[in-house]
Design a protein around this ligand. Structure first.
Ligand SMILES: Cc1cc2nc3c(=O)[nH]c(=O)nc-3n(C[C@H](O)[C@H](O)[C@H](O)COP(=O)(O)O)c2cc1C
Length: 164
């Protein structure tokens, strides 16, 4: 059976203004820190952004209004001197955060970052040069309920047995 968070998780881009309490954020970070990392490097750190002016600056750099509208932004960053698999490590940790966020009744969406935005974001958030970032997860209570995933999306044609 598929766990309910996988069925319920949808990309949430519209958030209510209600605050997200700090304990919820810590539970979300814990979900990331329980994720596997290449050679168990555990080199991921997190910037939690709540400041309105910083959120607006991120919105200006990377577009998409949820960056300023969501009550909290989580920016996972990873030390590139410690991780040999930085993109995979952040991706797996982010997936676990997305499922934990769903389980808390909150919503998020993977905000992709282009290289030119990363340069500006590192400057804005004082992120050291040797850290890598690929995404931002906004966190908040969803403004509207989105339909859950269902078996209509299950594509048996994508499966190949033994050879393509
Ligand atoms: C690697 C990756 C990058 C994405 N980048 C963005 C993005 O920059 N902005 C956005 O609104 N959604 C982004 N998404 C969300 C996808 O559009 C979304 O997952 C997809 O449409 C499926 O919808 P669902 O998440 O509700 O199932 C991204 C998703 C992934 C996995």
């Amino acid at each position: 059976m598929i766990i309910k968070e996988i069925i319920k998780r949808r990309s949430v881009r519209d958030f209510r203004s209600d605050n997200v309490n700090d304990n919820m954020i810590l539970e979300i970070i814990k979900a990331a820190q329980f994720a596997p990392t290449g050679m168990n490097n555990r080199a991921i750190e997190f910037i939690i952004v709540k400041d309105k002016a910083i959120k607006e600056a991120l919105h200006n750099i990377a577009g998409q209004s949820f960056l300023s509208a969501a009550p909290v932004l989580i920016v996972p960053i990873i030390n590139g001197d410690k991780s040999i698999t930085p993109v995979q490590d952040i991706s797996i940790a982010s997936t676990q955060m997305m499922l934990q966020i769903t389980s808390l009744g909150l919503g998020t969406v993977w905000k992709h970052l282009q290289d030119s935005w990363v340069v500006k974001i590192k400057q804005l958030l004082n992120i050291p040069a040797n850290f890598i970032l690929i995404n931002i997860l906004p966190v908040g209570f969803p403004d509207t309920a989105l339909p859950e995933h269902s078996d209509t999306e299950f594509n048996k044609n994508a499966i190949h047995y033994d050879k393509f």
